[in-house]
Design a protein around this ligand. Structure first.
Ligand code: ADP
Length: 495
C-alpha cells in the first residue's frame, strides 16, 4: 500500500476517478439522447396510428367498421357496439386503406387492441400479442400515453366513452440499435480512459521529475556536498520558482558555512600566537635555574600573551552575542554627544602618546541605544583613527543631528585605505597590513564588531578614504524619536 502514499499515484488515482466520472456522465447522456431519439420516432408513428384506432371507436358515420371473422351466432341484434359490448373478443378489421398502416411493413408490424369499458378485449389486430394487459393506470380520458413492455413499445389512450385503445410495435430492432450504440460508447469510453490514464501518468511523472531532482539535490546537500544546485530548465513554473529559491538558500548556506569555517580558522590562528608565546616562555623558564629578572621577564611576556588572549576572547564573545540576538539588550534614552565625549576623554592619553591632535565638535544627539555598546563603537573608531594616523596628524570627532538620525563622524589625517581594501575592512579578521597589526594586538575584529553593533541599533556605517590623505567613518543611528516610532511599529506587528 506504500504506492498510495506517493503523490504520483494519488494524482493518477484522482485523475482516473475524475475521468471515469466524466466519461460515464458523457456516455450516459449520449446513450439517453440516442434512446430518446429512437423511441420518439417510434412514438410519433404510434401516435399517428392511435388517431386511426380511436377514430374507429366513435360510431361510424359511414359504417366502415367491419368484423372479421364474424363470431358464431352473430346477428344484427348482438352486433358489437360500444353501448352494447360483445360477450366474446372480436377481431375488428380496419378498412383496408387504414389497415395498411398496421400491416405489410416488413419488420415494423404495428398492432392495436381495444378494451371495452368492462375490461374485455373488444377488438385487436391479427399481429397483436394476446397476453398484452390493459393499462390499469391513468384510467381516464386524456392524451396518448406511452409504455415500454419487454421488446414492445405501446401507446394507449382512454376515450371519453370509457374504452381503452392501445397501439404497439415490437421494437427489438431499435433496442438492438441502442444496445449497439451503448457498446460503441463503452468501447470508445474505455479507449479514451486508457489514453487519458497513460497521458495523465506521463504528465504527472514529467511534472514530478522536478520534485525528484529537488529531493535528490537536497539529499546530496544533506550528506555535506554544499556545492550541489538544482537544475531547472522550467524556471517559469511554480516548481522552477521553488528550485530558484532553494538554490538561493543553498548558496547562502554554503557562504555562511564558508564564513563560519574561515572564522573558526582565523580565531584559532589568532589564539595560537599568544598560546605559543606562553608555552615558549614557560618552557625556557623551566628548562634551568634563572635569575629573578629573567623569570620576571618571562612572566611579563606570559601576562601580555594572556591579556591578548583575553582581548581576543572578549571580541569573539561580543560577536557571538551580536550574532545570536537581533536587537541589543538594555536600550535606554541616551545622548551620543555624552557617550562620545567620555570615550574621547579616555583616549586622549593615547592620542598624546602618539602625537595626534584630538579635536571634538559635539552637539546633542539623543538616541535610544545601549550606552556601553555605543561607547565601544566610538572607542573602536577613534582608537583606529589614532593608531592608523601619521605622526603629527589629527583626528576630528563630530556628533550632531541630521534629519531623523544621530550622526557620529570620525575623520583622520592618516595613511588612508587603498580602494582594493575598502570593501573588506568590515570583514572579520581582515587587516590591511597583517604583519604590523597582528603583533600590536589588532586582530581585525574591531570594525566587524562596530558594524554589528551599529546595525543591531538599526543604523548604518560608511567609510570614505583617500590614500595618504586620511579616512572618514560616518555612523548614523535613528534619533530617539525615530527609534521610539520604529519600536512601536515592531510591537504593533508582533500583536
Ligand atoms: P584592527 O583591530 O586590526 O584595527 P579593525 O577591524 O578595527 O581591525 O580594522 C580593520 C583594518 O582596517 C585595519 O587592519 C586597518 O588596516 C584598517 N583601518 C581601520 N581603521 C582605519 C583608519 N582610520 N585608517 C586607516 N586604516 C584603517
Amino acid at each position: 500500500m506504500k504506492c498510495f502514499h506517493s503523490i504520483r499515484w494519488r494524482l493518477q488515482l484522482w485523475h482516473g476517478l475524475v475521468l471515469v466520472l466524466v466519461l460515464t456522465g458523457f456516455g450516459f447522456t449520449a446513450w439517453q439522447l440516442q434512446r430518446t431519439n429512437q423511441l420518439s420516432r417510434v412514438d410519433r408513428d404510434l401516435e399517428q396510428r392511435m388517431g386511426i384506432v380511436t377514430g374507429m371507436l366513435h360510431p361510424p358515420r359511414n359504417g366502415v367498421i367491419q368484423e372479421r371473422p364474424r363470431p358464431q351466432g352473430f346477428s344484427p341484434a348482438n352486433r358489437p357496439s360500444f353501448e352494447n359490448p360483445p360477450e366474446e373478443p372480436l377481431n375488428l378489421r380496419l378498412p383496408p386503406r387504414e389497415l395498411n398502416h398496421f400491416e405489410g411493413i416488413p419488420g415494423q408490424e404495428f398492432y392495436y387492441i381495444v378494451w371495452l369499458r368492462d375490461g374485455r378485449q373488444g377488438a385487436l389486430s391479427t399481429s397483436a400479442p394476446p397476453d398484452a394487459p390493459r393499462p390499469e393506470w391513468l384510467r381516464m380520458p386524456g392524451p396518448p400515453t406511452f409504455r415500454s413492455r419487454g421488446t414492445f413499445r405501446e401507446c394507449f389512450r382512454y376515450v371519453p366513452t370509457g374504452e381503452c385503445a392501445l397501439v404497439g410495435r415490437d421494437i427489438h430492432a431499435e433496442l438492438a440499435d441502442i444496445r449497439r450504440f451503448a457498446g460503441l460508447l463503452f468501447a470508445a469510453g474505455g479507449g479514451v480512459l486508457l489514453l487519458g490514464l497513460v497521458g495523465g501518468g506521463w504528465v504527472a511523472s514529467r511534472s514530478l521529475r522536478s520534485i525528484a531532482d529537488i529531493s535528490a539535490t537536497a539529499a546530496k546537500i544533506a550528506t555535506g556536498d554544499l556545492t550541489q544546485r538544482i537544475h531547472t530548465a522550467d524556471t517559469d513554473s511554480e516548481l522552477g520558482q521553488l528550485a530558484h529559491d532553494l538554490n538561493n538558500t543553498f548558496a547562502r548556506l554554503q557562504a555562511s558555512f564558508a564564513r563560519q569555517a574561515q572564522f573558526t580558522a582565523d580565531a584559532s590562528h589568532e589564539l595560537r600566537t599568544p598560546v605559543t608565546v606562553v608555552l615558549t616562555q614557560t618552557q625556557s623558564a623551566l628548562a634551568r635555574e634563572r635569575p629573578a629578572d629573567e623569570y620576571r621577564e618571562s612572566l611579563a611576556a606570559c601576562q601580555r600573551a594572556a591579556q591578548r588572549m583575553r582581548g581576543l576572547i572578549e571580541c569573539l564573545l561580543t560577536l557571538a552575542r551580536l550574532d545570536s540576538t537581533e536587537a541589543p539588550a538594555a536600550l535606554e534614552a541616551c545622548d551620543l554627544n555624552r557617550i562620545a565625549s567620555e570615550a574621547v576623554e579616555l583616549l586622549q592619553p593615547l592620542a598624546q602618546e602618539q602625537g595626534i591632535a584630538l579635536e571634538v565638535e559635539l552637539a546633542s544627539a539623543p538616541c535610544l541605544a545601549n550606552a556601553g555598546q555605543l561607547a565601544q563603537v566610538v572607542s573602536n573608531l577613534v582608537s583606529n583613527a589614532i593608531h592608523y594616523n601619521r605622526l603629527g596628524g589629527s583626528v576630528r570627532v563630530t556628533v550632531g543631528c541630521e534629519a531623523d538620525t544621530a550622526l557620529l563622524s570620525v575623520c583622520d589625517t592618516g595613511e588612508g585605505i587603498a580602494p582594493d581594501d575598502l570593501p573588506h575592512i568590515f570583514e572579520r579578521f581582515y587587516r590591511v597590513d597583517k604583519a604590523r597589526s597582528g603583533a600590536q594586538g589588532h586582530s581585525g575584529l574591531g570594525l566587524a564588531i562596530t558594524k554589528a553593533i551599529v546595525e543591531a541599533h538599526g543604523g548604518t556605517i560608511e567609510v570614505t578614504s583617500e590614500p595618504r590623505q586620511g579616512s572618514v567613518f560616518k555612523v548614523r543611528l535613528p534619533s530617539a524619536a525615530a527609534a521610539q516610532l520604529q519600536g512601536d511599529g515592531k510591537r504593533e506587528q508582533l500583536k
